[in-house]
Design a binder for this molecule. Structure first.
Ligand code: NAX
Length: 329
């Protein structure tokens, strides 16, 4: 039997946590042979609903779930963790400015970065889902000096999946036949869903779609604002598709995804001319066991793409400036 994986999840009693935990428990994140120990982390107020979530996990009678713990102390919750999915954060309240939201979350992620540094495994694999996801990842990593920044990712897989779904809907292809879409930059409305390299059933997506107006005026804004569209329709946030994307991200990262491109917001190393030290979504190949490579062997972006990438880059630099007072040093 494989050694047990310790999986910490923050915000475990929230909407995404609720959808995510059943799927981790059933083996969809790490495969049908990987036993897990779930280390669930919530706020003090969240402890009561978390108890109910834990009872439901018990009632799933999942053979892979070996233990479930609940805590409001991240130092305990991240103890010896192999994996940490950071879903918990402060939502935007009435009248709250974007910069206040940034700072409130940066304070949470500074604390969680320190707790990861104190108690998680040195090669812990961290996925930040909570918004502002890219900048939260930056802050957490900055406070975890003993953990390599490459271990921290922010989730843009939902945006990536949304882009695939739109192209499949437009062309009639199956989602599995849409390849090499890329989400560049921030998990926000400035993200750039890019079809320049995309393939539909093996043919260039730009040729198959053959409608630049649709790409620029419908596809891009729809992917950028899909979250708001879903809230408008159902009155609820897109929690189950977000949980599904977190499953996809971690499964590909840990089990590998062959030659399939995935978008992940990772620590910038200066590739593509992006400033180092921000978390920027780029195309990656996932090799398994948490190992990934950036795909750099691609044509230079055209003028439109370069301007889109630059806009999201600028937003991420501004976000970093907003939380700079919470960064060490
Ligand atoms: P909910 O408000 O339903 O749940 C959040 C949970 O986090 C609550 O139970 C709360 O008690 C808990 N929490 C708050 N602070 C915490 C802390 N310091 N430690 C531990 N737990 C804490 O939100 P939900 O719909 O689950 O969304 C969670 C986050 O995901 C939000 O920040 C949301 O904006 C973000 N999203 C990110 C997406 C992405 O693609 N990266 C897409 C979906 C989602 O919008």
């Amino acid at each position: 039997e494989l050694p047990i994986k310790k999986v910490a999840v923050t915000g475990a009693a929230g909407s995404i946590g609720y959808a995510l935990l059943m799927r981790i428990s059933s083996g969809q994140m790490f495969g049908p042979n990987q036993p897990v120990e779930l280390q669930l982390i919530e706020t003090e107020v969240g402890m009561k609903p978390l108890k109910g979530v834990t009872m439901e996990i018990m009632d799933g009678a999942f053979p892979l779930v070996r233990k479930v713990t609940q805590t409001s102390d991240p130092n305990v919750g991240f103890g010896d963790a192999d994996v940490a999915v950071l879903v918990g954060g402060k939502p935007r309240g009435p009248g709250m400015e974007r910069s206040d939201l940034m700072s409130a979350n940066a304070a949470i992620f500074a604390e969680q970065g320190k707790a990861l540094n104190n108690s998680a495994k040195r090669d812990v694999s961290v996925l930040v889902v909570a918004n502002p996801a890219n900048t939260n990842a930056l802050v957490a990593s900055a406070h975890a000096s003993d953990i390599d920044p490459s271990r921290f990712k922010a989730m843009t897989r939902l945006d990536h999946n949304r882009a695939i779904a739109q192209v499949a809907g437009k062309t009639g292809a199956m989602a599995g036949d849409v390849k090499k879409v890329v989400i560049w930059g921030n998990h926000s409305a400035t993200q750039y869903p890019d079809l320049s390299n995309a393939l539909v059933e093996g043919k260039p997506a730009l040729d198959v779609i053959n409608d630049i107006k649709w790409i620029r005026e419908e596809f891009i804004p729809r992917v950028q604002k899909r979250g708001a569209e879903i809230i408008g329709a159902s009155g609820r946030s897109s929690a189950s598709s977000a949980a599904s994307a977190a499953i996809d991200h971690m499964r590909d990262l840990h089990l590998g995804s062959g030659d399939s491109w995935q978008s992940m917001a990772i620590h910038s190393d200066g590739s593509y001319g992006i400033d180092t030290g921000i978390w920027f979504s780029v195309p990656c190949l996932c090799r398994g066991d948490g190992v990934y490579e950036r795909i750099v062997d691609i044509p230079a972006p055209d003028e439109f793409s370069a301007a889109m990438i630059d806009a999201t880059r600028k937003e991420l630099l501004e976000e970093r400036d907003t939380v700079r007072h919470l960064l060490p040093g």
